[in-house]
Design a protein around this ligand. Sequence first.
Ligand SMILES: *[C@@H]1O[C@H](CO)[C@@H](O)[C@H](O)[C@H]1NC(C)=O
Ligand SMILES: *[C@@H]1O[C@H](CO)[C@@H](O)[C@H](O)[C@H]1NC(C)=O
Ligand SMILES: *[C@@H]1O[C@H](CO)[C@@H](O)[C@H](O)[C@H]1NC(C)=O
Ligand SMILES: *[C@@H]1O[C@H](CO)[C@@H](O)[C@H](O)[C@H]1NC(C)=O
Ligand SMILES: *[C@@H]1O[C@H](CO)[C@@H](O)[C@H](O)[C@H]1NC(C)=O
Ligand SMILES: *[C@@H]1O[C@H](CO)[C@@H](O)[C@H](O)[C@H]1NC(C)=O
Length: 562
Amino acid sequence: MDHEKTRQMWITFFPAICLLSLVSSAGGVLCPNGCKCENEILKANCSRAGIEVVPIQLNPELHVMDLSVNKITQLHYTFTFYEKLHTLDISRNRVKNIGGGNFKTQKLLKRLNLSSNFINSLGKDTFEGLIQLSELDLSYNQMNLIGQNAFRGLGNLTILKMSGNQLDYFEEGTFKPTPNLQALYIDDNSFIRIPEELSDLSQLKILSLARNLIEIIEDEKVPNLFELQTLVLIQNSLQEIQPRGFANMPKLDHLDLSDNKLTILPTDQLSKLSKLINLKLSGNIFNYLPPVAFRGLFHLKYLMLTRLESLKSIDARAFVDNKNLEKISLDYNYKMTTLPTRLFHGNRKLKYISMRYTSVNFLVATHFPLDQLVELRVGGNPLNCNCSMGWLWKILQDDHVLVNTNTSQVKINELKLDVNDIICETPEELHNLTLVSATQRQMDCSMSWLAIVSVSLTVIFILGIIVGVFLFIPRKKSNNSIDKQVPKIIKTSYNSAPPLPPPRKSLPNHDGNHMERYIMPPVMLQNRSLSTWDPYSQHCNGNGNIYEQLNDHRDRPHIVYV
Ligand SMILES: *[C@@H]1O[C@H](CO)[C@@H](O)[C@H](O)[C@H]1NC(C)=O
Ligand SMILES: *[C@@H]1O[C@H](CO)[C@@H](O)[C@H](O)[C@H]1NC(C)=O
Ligand SMILES: *[C@@H]1O[C@H](CO)[C@@H](O)[C@H](O)[C@H]1NC(C)=O
Ligand SMILES: *[C@@H]1O[C@H](CO)[C@@H](O)[C@H](O)[C@H]1NC(C)=O
Ligand SMILES: *[C@@H]1O[C@H](CO)[C@@H](O)[C@H](O)[C@H]1NC(C)=O
Ligand SMILES: *[C@@H]1O[C@H](CO)[C@@H](O)[C@H](O)[C@H]1NC(C)=O
């Protein structure tokens, strides 16, 4: 250290040196009042010590120095003594200007925390010397400008946090010196687009831009982020994503677009993200999920679609491409009044469904792939708890769901339900009561005399017609008529039972056999086959294509054969 500098420092630190008189001596090493010095592990913790300057009398061998929550205003030449620091925390102080060259001797420093100070800009060479720095936290300062060379020398920087500043652009070349940066957090700033200058960050994996002012993702101006895996754009004002908006991010697996202003689901744009696993679109304003809404997202596992205040309907084929879907949440979609049956039946890995606080008032077993679900949350819906909801009541009664395989009863899974939130709106006698508190009598359709009488009358009526057909129509025609009547008989005999799927020949037996036991009259049950629903299996009368079963549309959209 040259004499010139030493003298300069001496002058700068006269007040600090006066502090020495207040210092207590511990085991030969000085530790200021309010600090905790653990010399065995080379750590000094002066957090909340009320200090105004960086103490210069601490052990020069220190690895960790915590100066957070103090009143330090400037850093000039203060760290020169501590060449061995690995971790330095100066967060929550009053530093306005970091100055230049103050970290020249911190060649070993890996983590520097300068968050929650009053830093208003970064000049050139601010961080000169920090060749090993890997994590830099500059969050919650007042920076509106970052000089072009501010990050010079930070070749090993991997994490940079600058959330909570007033940044709206980066100078060209700002990130040239930091090619190894992997995570950049610039939430709570004033960016109006994803900054193009990020193209220099060829290793960037995480980019967080929550609560900025982004309205549009434009084709031409999106940086190349070929390694990006996580992109967070929560609470911007995003209205438009141009067709190639996500084309430069082929490795993205986590995308959060929650709380923006998207009026149309960006199906095409998202379809470029073939690696996507986690997609969050809550709090946007689309009113409809079209068929194959998430086209090409074969790896998608987690889908958040809550608080969609305009969402009224979901097409029955909305999720058909998402073969790996495991978890979906549709909570707080107040305008949603119905759910297509079999909406999820192509999603054979689905284990978790949540649709709390919607306006759906009636649920049937066919809505959900019950044989594979682990958790189903349907609380807060204004349910009409007539006896058709007996299947759900029965599950709520039991601790676990049993499935009837040919002879033995096997416990398949314990379905978790938000039991106490499943409350009835109607009928009057159950209003505001939990479904689980309903009685057997209230939930048993077959117990109703009215139902039995009406079923009997209907059966007699139809038998009458059949007999009539036999008696009065020539033999050849009569055969055909019988064939046509068969489905009708089955259907009518269920008259007052819950809406079972129509017994179409090509449809898989999807609703889980265990469920059938609860909702079918016992006599009918014995005659039913008990094969498990499996849209791909060969049992489905040779017609294993789920798409063709879900509607009459003949093309088979987007099946990838891997
Ligand atoms: C310093 O002490 C505070 C509590 O006084 C604690 O919260 C903080 O984690 C400590 N810092 C380090 C680096 O251990
Ligand atoms: C920096 O300090 C702040 C406040 O003391 C803390 O919340 C933050 O997690 C720290 N940053 C890092 C990277 O440790
Ligand atoms: C990163 O740190 C290593 C020491 O661990 C150093 O040798 C190297 O020069 C640094 N890289 C850059 C680009 O600064
Ligand atoms: C129960 O209510 C739903 C509509 O809320 C209706 O579709 C169904 O037929 C009702 N079931 C019975 C047995 O009345
Ligand atoms: C009955 O179950 C056993 C195993 O539990 C199985 O091996 C057998 O094939 C099943 N029979 C039928 C007819 O499904
Ligand atoms: C419904 O029950 C809740 C408590 O469980 C009660 O606070 C509320 O006033 C009840 N509402 C009506 C209309 O009875």
